[in-house]
Ligand binder design. Sequence first.
Ligand SMILES: Cc1cc2nc3c(=O)[nH]c(=O)nc-3n(C[C@H](O)[C@H](O)[C@H](O)COP(=O)(O)O)c2cc1C
Length: 214
Amino acid sequence: MVMQPDERTSERSMPIVLAVSGASAQQLAERSLQLLLENQRHVHLIFSRGAHEVWNAELGVQVPVDPEAQASFWRERLQCDRGVLECHRWNDQAASIASGSVRTRGMVIVPCSMGSVGRIAAGIATDLLERVADVHLKEGRPLVLAPREMPWNLIHLRNLTALAEAGARIAPPIPAWYTQPESLDDMVDFLVVRLFDSLGENLKPIKRWRSDQP
Ligand SMILES: Cc1cc2nc3c(=O)[nH]c(=O)nc-3n(C[C@H](O)[C@H](O)[C@H](O)COP(=O)(O)O)c2cc1C
């Protein structure tokens, strides 16, 4: 089916769900949020309970649970007043995006813990993140997971396979060396931009293999 230009425009302006679960590499989540907002995107942000714990343990930062306080926290921390940011409480299963009737462009879970992988693969929705992932699969919308664990055991591999079979895209945060990164920030930007390539976004010019195009 060929989309009409006005349909394509409305598709572009639809919100993106950025979900963050309790795995290492929370810098990827923070940079994702920053680039989405700087690019004037409408973001629904879900922080799992595990993500709150990892921020506390690894970064010594308490991310507020209350949605309004959390939105203010990110605006202040990222020094960005662009885009639209709607934060959700980790266990708010009555949030707008918990229903398939609310349209989105897709959902990215970065980083994604193996706990979240397992529960989503089993169709178990104990919190908002898992419910919204389930909704994206049932509605046939893009669901991209950036699982962070090493090494993967057979259960992880089977769960990831089940998710790929159900239509999710598995995009582990594996850096590229052909870009000759000069810093960790370069690597983080490359990983984040490649992750959102999956949703048809181009959040920032990065070095792409044998290409002058940004
Ligand atoms: C500091 C810290 C780092 C963690 N890193 C990972 C990780 O990289 N991958 C992973 O699968 N779990 C990791 N975990 C364990 C998860 O946070 C834990 O299984 C949690 O219940 C996941 O919940 P969630 O998926 O709802 O966020 C980590 C936990 C802590 C405290």
